[in-house]
Structure formats: C-alpha cells, structure tokens
Design a protein around this ligand. Structure first.
Ligand code: C2E
Ligand code: MG
Ligand code: MG
Length: 329
C-alpha cells in the first residue's frame, strides 16, 4: 500500500521515520488475540523515548508496573481524604551560627497496605497523571496550617519551603491561588518559600520563568532546587527570578569522593556572589563536607549531618527548644 502517497516515488522521505517493535512471544494460545496485541503494545511503549531501542520484548513485570501505577492512582484520592499523607520537615541550618534558618516540607505516604512510602515511589507517577496538583495543594496548605499554629503559639516561625512540581507551574492562576492561600491562613508570602527545580528554568523557559517571576513579584521567596543537576546557562542565571540557590546533593557526594572537585564548589560560590544570591547545600552528611562548605563561605546547609526529615511535632520541639511559650491569652 502507498503509505505516503507521492512521497513514495522518492525513496527519501521528507522526515525521519523510525519503526519500533513491541514483541509478545505467544506461549499460551488460549489467550485472546486482543490481549496478545495489548501486550505487544505495552512492550512497544516501554521503548518510547529511547533512541537506541527499536525492539522491546514483553515481560510480565511491564504489565505489573501498569497495574501497580493504576493501584496507586486509585488509592491516592482516598489517601488524601483519610489523612494518609503526612508532611515531614527537614531543618535547614545557617552554617556560621549553627541555628535553624528554615525547613523543607517533604511528603510521606502512610499507606494502609503498602506501608510507609517516600515521595520517589509516587511523585513521578503523580506528575504523569495529574494527582500532583491535589497532593501539592495539600502539602502547601498543611504547611501553612503548621506555620500559622506555631506563630500563634510561640510568636514566630522560621520560613518553611515547599516543593513545586513542574506540573504545578503550568496550572493557571498559580500565583493568585498562593496569595489567597497564605492570606487565608493569616500568613505573609515570605513565611512560605517555594523550591522550584532547576530544570523548570531551563526547559520551555519563557512561559515558566514568567510564572516564577509573577510568584516573586507577589512577595514569595523562590529557591532554585537541585542546582547543578540540569544545565542552567550560566549566562542566563543572572536574569532568573530566584532568591536562593540550592546546590544539588550530587555536588556534596562528588566533592567528598574527589577533593579536586572543590574548585567547582568555589566557582559556584563566586558565581552566586556575583548575582547576589545566597547558597544552601543539600545532602550534607559529614563533618568533612561541612568543613569544605565553610571554607568556601557557603551560608546554609541541609542534610543528614544535621537532621533527617522528621514529623512536624519533632520539628516543633527542635525549633522551639529552650524557647518559652508566650503567656497564654
Ligand atoms: P528534593 O526537593 O531535592 O529533596 C531532597 C531529598 O533529599 C529529600 O528526599 C530528602 O529527604 C533527601 N535528603 C536530605 N538530606 C539528605 C542527606 O543528607 N543524604 C541523602 N542521601 N538524602 C538527603 P525525599 O524526601 O525522598 O524527596 C525526594 C524528592 O521528592 C524531593 O527532592 C522532591 O523533588 C520530591 N518531593 C518531596 N516532597 C514533595 C512534595 O510535597 N511535592 C512535590 N512536588 N515533590 C516533592
Ligand atoms: Mg526540594
Ligand atoms: Mg533538591
């Protein structure tokens, strides 16, 4: 059949065409043909996005993964209603004074059957299926609730950062939603910081950067998360809307494995100084790493060396240790 009409006269097509094959080996002839085809399609789908794979063989783990994802997707809504999701907090420290300067809200899922799940087990899926909108709104609001309660109880609270998924950035009216949200909780925009991963700045930059600019114009503080994991153009960095650079964890790891990498750390600190933004290093696990950060005058750090993400009640104790509650009204 003439697939491409007149183009076929020319052997050269005006575009590149790559054929990919999904293969299901028939071992059980009793299976309906439709099911067999579905499985070949499942195999084929796993090859999408890989330029070097044109053949993909079906195996049952592929189907299992889809069933699994479907299960988590179905469970998520009920989970939100039944309070299975819990905001954990990990403190951020000012290196010089050793004082808590903030915290990051990190979500955990206590599933009745699956047990305790870290975000890596469901956030990537929720970003694909849209559930991340609801989940993040829950995290942001719950964080506001905590900050509001602590401000009321103790008079002040360090700013708490929440993560923003790239999917959230595309949602219309994000900035007015957030402005309303903090107002509703009796907070100011600077009480809540937003961590936006570096790749958001580097892909489709026009639209996304405008959204981030708008957030910043509304008074919110913006932290560029995972800095160094993507490919920020160093040139563009100076014009990007951000208040804090958050160094990707990989840096800390590489610097301890290969001390020559310290030069890169120094370079980043100089760069940050040039654009007048402070730096926080994440994933700090050892005294040695902390000393390296001190030697380049890095201002803030977060990581297991100081504390792991913890329940809100534990963070409350940590933050207000030694602080006397103002007399009850
Ligand atoms: P992230 O925002 O870059 O968060 C840092 C991750 O590093 C957290 O993992 C934290 O627990 C972990 N971490 C902190 N200190 C250390 C350390 O010293 N060593 C090591 N090895 N790890 C450390 P977690 O909580 O599993 O979160 C993973 C990612 O999931 C986060 O990366 C963030 O991108 C995403 N995430 C977490 N909570 C939320 C959320 O509420 N909404 C959205 N959209 N994403 C979230
Ligand atoms: Mg983060
Ligand atoms: Mg990060």
């Amino acid at each position: 059949p003439k697939l491409f009409g007149d183009f076929e006269k020319n052997t050269k097509l005006p575009f590149n065409l790559t054929l990919r094959y999904g293969i299901f080996a028939i071992t059980d002839r009793k299976l309906p043909v439709e099911t067999m085809c579905d499985r070949a399609v499942i195999a084929n789908n796993t090859a999408k996005g890989y330029y070097d794979t044109i053949l993909a063989y079906y195996d049952d783990s592929m189907r299992q993964k889809i069933i699994d994802e479907q299960f988590l997707t179905n469970e998520a809504r009920a989970g939100l209603k039944e309070n299975q999701f819990e905001v954990y907090l990990q403190p951020k420290y000012e290196i010089r004074t050793n004082k808590i300067a903030g915290a990051e809200a990190l979500i955990r899922w206590n599933h009745p059957v699956r047990g305790f799940m870290p975000p890596g087990a469901f956030i990537p899926l929720f970003e694909k299926n849209g559930m991340v909108f609801e989940l993040d709104r829950f995290v942001w609001n719950d964080t506001c609730r905590l900050v509001q309660a602590w401000k009321k109880k103790y008079g002040s609270c360090v700013p708490i950062s929440v993560n923003v998924s790239r999917a959230d950035i595309y949602s219309p009216n994000l900035s007015s939603y957030l402005t309303e949200m903090v107002k509703k909780h009796g907070l100011k925009p600077e009480d809540i910081h937003f961590e936006i991963t570096e790749s958001v700045y580097t892909q489709d930059s026009g639209t996304l950067i405008n959204v981030v600019k708008k957030l910043r114009d509304s008074g919110f503080k913006i932290e560029m998360d995972d800095f160094g994991s993507g490919y920020s153009s160093l040139n563009a960095l100076s014009s990007m809307p951000l208040d804090l650079l958050k160094l990707d964890m990989r840096f800390m790891r590489e610097v301890s494995e290969d001390p020559r990498k310290s030069g890169i750390l120094k370079f980043i600190m100089e760069l940050a100084e040039l654009i007048h933004v402070p730096v926080i290093a994440e994933g700090v696990e050892t005294e040695d790493q902390l000393n390296r950060l001190r030697s380049v005058n890095c201002q803030y750090a977060q990581g297991y060396y100081y504390a792991k993400p913890m329940k809100a009640a534990d963070f409350e104790k940590l933050q207000y240790a030694g602080v006397k509650k103002p007399a009850a009204e």
